[in-house]
Design a protein around this ligand. Structure first.
Ligand SMILES: CC(C)(COP(=O)(O)OP(=O)(O)OC[C@H]1O[C@@H](n2cnc3c(N)ncnc32)[C@H](O)[C@@H]1OP(=O)(O)O)[C@@H](O)C(=O)NCCC(=O)NCCS
Length: 300
């Protein structure tokens, strides 16, 4: 289905169309992505084919595939753009900008209020296109990494614990100080943090606080991935209690037979982990760029 038709910049040198990919496009997408070395998308793109809402989109110049991108919704009304790849021979001639405008319009059509993109710290081209051409702003720095193996702390006084509904008020007043914070249900998918997220997590577990009583000084959201990896999806620290919180988490993980941790968190939290925990490696650093969609009626 052709869902967008635009004349590219530069006086109509080509006609770009933007289409939502289906499983029938699998082979040509695989061939297209093979031009990009060590690209995680080559392995992962099939999972986006047909995914709703959003999915994988193609930029076509006639029959020629000239670009890909993924639009996903890690949270209602919050879109995440990723997987933007432009045919190397066409890079730098405005295809990315044009495709980007389509992605914003499509995300809005699918109900997004806000769109985010993670950009590697060395990717100045992407940062330039997103900020200077498409109106995105930097809202955070992001880091992905792992701790392997986890420390094996001696048993400590119980300074930290899981938080439950009884802790709601003190945890809520802690996160109210950080209303701009992002957290990541999946390491690559930052979303905004609010009280609804917190309430949901109280129901499912995975909120750890320190100290156990009184004002919260450190808060983490965690989950266990197939009983092999501890995921840290949010970490905020204020005082000294963070060491107790981390030791508590490592003890809990080890009790489950887990000795590895993976995190996708704001860079300040990742640096805190690195300074406090041996064997912490940050494997990816970059920017979170954000664009609100309710400010203007139309793109371009
Ligand atoms: C980043 C990317 C998507 C941008 O698409 P594009 O079609 O090249 O973008 P545009 O032509 O619209 O704009 C590129 C801008 O960056 C500038 N630029 C600087 N260095 C560049 C480079 N090495 N390659 C391309 N553009 C470059 C261009 O001059 C242009 O800016 P200007 O119009 O102000 O002069 C594309 O280059 C790409 O696929 N890169 C490899 C994969 C990647 O990094 N994906 C993004 C992951 S977040």
């Amino acid at each position: 289905v052709v869902i967008g038709l635009k004349l590219a910049v530069g006086g109509g040198r080509w006609l770009l169309t933007f289409v939502r990919a289906t499983t029938a496009d699998h082979d040509r997408i695989r061939e297209f992505l093979s031009q990009f070395l060590d690209d995680y998308l080559s392995e992962r793109f099939p999972q986006y084919l047909g995914r709703q809402p959003g999915g994988l989109y193609l930029a076509m110049d006639g029959d020629q595939l000239v670009g890909t991108c993924v639009i996903s919704f890690p949270k209602a009304k919050q879109a995440l753009l990723s997987g933007m790849r432009i045919l190397p021979a066409r890079q730098g001639s405005g295809v990315g900008e044009e495709f980007g405008r389509f992605q914003l319009a499509e995300a809005r059509k699918l109900g997004a209020d806000v769109v985010r993109v993670l950009v590697h710290q060395d990717n100045q081209t992407s940062a330039h296109v997103l900020q200077d051409k498409l109106g995105f702003q930097i809202v955070d720095q992001w880091a992905v990494g792992e701790i392997n193996p986890l420390p094996n702390p001696e048993t400590r006084p119980p300074e930290a614990s899981m938080a439950w509904a009884v802790d709601r008020d003190r945890v809520a007043s802690f996160i109210k100080q950080y209303e701009q914070d992002l957290w990541a249900p999946e390491v690559w998918d930052p979303v905004s943090l609010n009280l609804t997220d917190l309430n949901l997590r109280f129901e499912t577990g995975g909120v750890a606080v320190a100290p156990q009583h009184g004002d919260v000084e450190a808060l983490a959201f965690t989950s266990m991935q197939s009983k092999e990896v501890l995921n840290i999806s949010y970490l905020r620290t204020l005082g000294q209690a963070v060491q107790g919180l981390l030791d508590y988490l490592w003890n809990e993980a080890r009790a489950w037979g887990i000795n590895r941790c993976r995190f996708g968190v704001s860079a300040h939290a990742a640096e805190r982990l690195r300074s406090l925990v041996p064997n912490t490696e940050i494997t990816w650093r970059g920017l979170v760029l954000e664009r609100h969609l309710n400010l203007t009626a139309a793109e371009g």
